[in-house]
Design a protein around this ligand. Structure first.
Ligand code: RIB
Ligand code: CA
Length: 319
């Protein structure tokens, strides 16, 4: 078997972040070597404690979890997505809090820098929350950009509307300046936007399959998605269901989902204070000629996937 790939996950655990973590932990070719938390779905501290709960469930308490930024690079946090992920960040199912003493003594910036050095040339980053920690880590240790193999991030909207505003997706609008820094750093980057995450949908039949599988992981995922289905499904689709944004990004990182359309494009972030703040402006003018890679492109953008993700996710989760 090929040596497993070292992956650092930066997340705001949250329901779909938790699913992404469980997906990666079940993947034989991935070695999750560290996790950093960031504000977004809840506070960075709560997201870190939620991450510890997920690792306990998976029997992986060996993985270091460091608490990261509670605020964006500029200004203060303006909202937390508790209305979508629940007051506790994990669907308000009454899961007892984790033991805070299990948190890493390192800051998120220090853990990112340490792992980039330890796994120089091999470390992959999956970022599925606001990109604040990544931007702060680049600022503190610019060498991470050349040391990290690549970064895959869930965020943005190329040719579709946002979800936090008409123009902006949540992870990006939480910290547009951080997203701009990540996109202009020069490393190999892949953006997994709402264009694809809103087309790979879990249904209540999928939840029923998870319940029927009756494993600790499948039962946990079925439980934490119940509230998420109500909130996300009703608001976005008019019926119970949900995308699993972060887990799809994880599956694109592993290669288990290979997007049918994922060109190299130039992507900018609107950092103004107008109605477009947080928009990811992807240059998709090449659409009419088959999306050739753009010479000035700064990231690959997943624009179309084949709908196979839910079945692959359930299989990984034991359903
Ligand atoms: O817009 C969806 C993204 O925002 C996902 O990463 C979700 O977990 C939230 O962080
Ligand atoms: Ca997330």
């Amino acid at each position: 078997m090929a040596t497993a790939t070292p992956v650092l996950v930066d997340c705001d655990t949250g329901v779909d972040d938790a699913i992404a973590l469980l997906y990666l932990l079940a993947h034989p070719e991935v070695d999750v070597v560290g996790i950093t938390s960031v504000f977004g779905n809840n506070t960075a501290r709560t997201c870190a404690l939620n991450t510890l709960r997920v690792l306990e469930l998976a029997g992986r308490e060996d993985i270091p979890v460091a608490v990261g930024s509670e605020n964006p690079l500029v200004g203060e946090v303006t909202y937390l997505a508790t209305h979508v992920h629940g007051g506790d960040g994990l669907g308000d199912t009454g899961i007892p809090p984790a033991d805070e003493s299990a948190l890493s003594p390192l800051s998120a910036t220090a853990l990112i820098s340490q792992l980039a050095q330890q796994f120089e040339g091999q470390l992959r980053i999956l970022a599925v929350g606001p990109l604040t920690n990544i931007a702060r880590a680049m600022d503190a240790d610019p060498a991470i950009v050349s040391r990290v193999r690549d970064i895959v991030f869930m965020g943005g909207a190329a040719d579709v509307a946002g979800n936090q505003s008409a123009a902006a997706e949540a992870n990006i609008i939480h910290d547009p300046e951080a997203a701009r820094a990540v996109l202009s750093a020069g490393w190999k980057a892949t953006m997994v936007p709402l264009d694809v995450t809103m087309t790979e949908i879990l249904t209540d039949d999928d939840r029923a399959a998870l319940v029927a599988a009756n494993t600790p992981v499948s039962t946990f995922v079925a439980a934490i998605t119940d509230l998420y289905f109500d909130g996300y499904g009703a608001d976005s689709f008019g019926h119970r269901c949900s995308p699993c944004h972060d887990a799809l990004a994880a599956a694109i990182l592993t290669g288990e989902v290979v997007p049918e359309v994922m060109p190299l494009l130039h992507v900018e972030v609107d950092c103004t204070d107008g109605p477009g703040r947080g928009a990811t402006i992807a240059d998709t003018r090449g659409r009419w000629k088959g999306f050739p890679d753009q010479s000035g492109g700064n990231c690959r953008v997943a624009l179309k996937t084949d709908g196979s993700f839910p079945a692959k996710l359930l299989a990984r989760l034991g359903a």
